[in-house]
Design a protein around this ligand. Structure first.
Ligand code: ACO
Length: 382
């Protein structure tokens, strides 16, 4: 028996410094570059938060206008990316579609760039790549939902900013301000969360001096899992199963007896509630009122209070965002791709931070396989 102190799941391990965000479970707070996320979600467009994550400061009016102009330049779905998406089976998970699209964008962008030794790029190149991914992902996600519905893609509208245009490209109609605001808040809240599994994946890949696109593709793979980003989709499956607030108690009896994980609850870092939930819940409340769906609010509250009372485990961001995206009209399968569109800002900020003071990420393991043994008849080379 080894005496090595194994940190299963790297729980409690501090792997590096970061100046991008600070999660403090004791005070239930999350700061992006020093700003509380609640303040950013209530006052800033997502584009300004992306700028903050990449550059460390909120943009001036001129800087925001410049970023918005660049975002408009790259928000069109390129024909070859659309063709690549069309090759993905319609019944594949949309995260596979998003991963494929980003992979192609990376391959095309880096074509002819020479040896792997040049892959990691310089800071200016990586910022430009980050902006391009941030700008094109809405078109990829919106087209994914449309093609599953048998609909054609919709051209972006340059008179609309990021969030309003994202909704326009998805639904083909202008959304009310209350919906645009709730959507913008969700993007800000999902943008960044320190060394979560997908961000750490991106940093591991970047630490080998691979390229930014490869790191983002790996992060998308990590985010797909239901213990991470996939949970927002899973919350809606649970809501669909329960259907009515009156069914919560018997449904929970059965689910807990079967030792099911209740998606949208629990967090590796926050043990007394996720700092992002109140802001997203407030956005959900505005949508409940806008769409006149009190049934959604009562199912939400009933499941939350019953589960918290029984297990003492609190909701995470995916719990309010799942029903919010549903009310906005997004298909359940589109929820995790929406998370990608938001988190790509945090991932790329971390990739650039990793490269700025890089050390190859390579932990150790404690071997617990069979003792040394040998192939019968093997004769060592002389
Ligand atoms: N439902 C039921 N039981 C739970 C849940 C849950 N959602 N979350 C934790 N528990 C229980 C576990 O079964 C375990 O019980 P045990 O000690 O009796 O075995 C105990 O609480 C500790 O749980 P772990 O899974 O070991 O805690 P960990 O910190 O590793 O997990 C995680 C955190 C993965 C998020 C977990 O809470 C979970 O699976 N939640 C559901 C998935 C989810 O919502 N993920 C979204 C994460 S946030 C985000 O990506 C925005």
């Amino acid at each position: 028996m080894s005496m090595t102190d194994i940190k299963k799941g790297l729980a409690g391990v501090v792997a590096d410094y970061t100046a991008v965000s600070k999660v403090n479970p004791e005070t239930n707070s999350l700061l992006y570059r020093g700003y509380p996320v609640q303040e950013l979600a209530s006052t800033q467009p997502f584009e300004a938060v992306a700028f903050l994550l990449w550059n460390g400061e909120l943009p001036t009016d001129v800087e925001l206008a410049q970023l918005r102009a660049l975002e408009r330049d790259y928000r069109v779905l390129p024909a070859d990316v659309r063709a690549a998406i069309d090759l993905v089976p319609l019944d594949a998970h949309p995260m596979d579609e998003v991963r494929t699209a980003v992979s192609l964008i990376g391959a095309r962008d880096l074509a002819g760039s020479g040896s792997v030794l040049d892959a990691s790029g310089n800071p200016a190149e990586n910022l430009a790549r980050s902006i391009r991914l941030f700008a094109v992902l809405p078109a990829i996600v919106a087209y994914g939902q449309r093609r599953r519905r048998g609909e054609q893609p919709i051209e972006p509208r340059n008179d609309l900013d990021y969030s309003a245009n994202f909704l326009w490209m998805t639904f083909g109609e202008e959304s009310d301000d209350v919906v645009v605001d709730a959507f913008n808040r969700s993007m800000v809240l999902y943008a960044e969360h320190s060394f979560n599994a997908s961000t750490f994946t991106a940093r591991v890949i970047a630490s080998t001096l691979s390229d930014l696109y490869s790191a983002v593709v790996g992060a998308i793979g990590a985010l797909k899992g239901p213990l991470h980003g996939g949970a927002n989709e899973a919350v809606l499956h649970i809501f669909d199963e329960i259907r009515d607030a009156r069914n919560v108690s018997p449904w929970l009896d059965k689910a807990l007896a079967e030792k099911r994980k209740i998606m949208g609850f629990g967090h590796r870092v926050y043990k007394r509630g996720d700092s992002r939930v109140p802001t997203m819940k407030a956005a959900l409340d505005t949508l409940v009122e806008h769409y006149d769906r009190p049934d959604v609010a009562s199912l939400y509250s009933e499941l939350e209070s019953e589960f918290v009372a029984r297990k003492g485990i609190y909701p995470n961001l995916d719990y309010p965002s799942g029903p919010a995206y549903n009310l906005m009209g997004f298909d359940t399968l589109t929820f995790t791709p929406l998370f990608v569109a938001a988190r790509v800002t945090g991932w790329t900020a971390h990739i650039m931070e990793q490269l700025a003071s890089n050390a190859l990420i390579r932990p150790l393991s404690e071997y617990n396989g069979p003792d040394e043994r040998h192939i019968e008849g093997y004769v060592p080379d002389a």
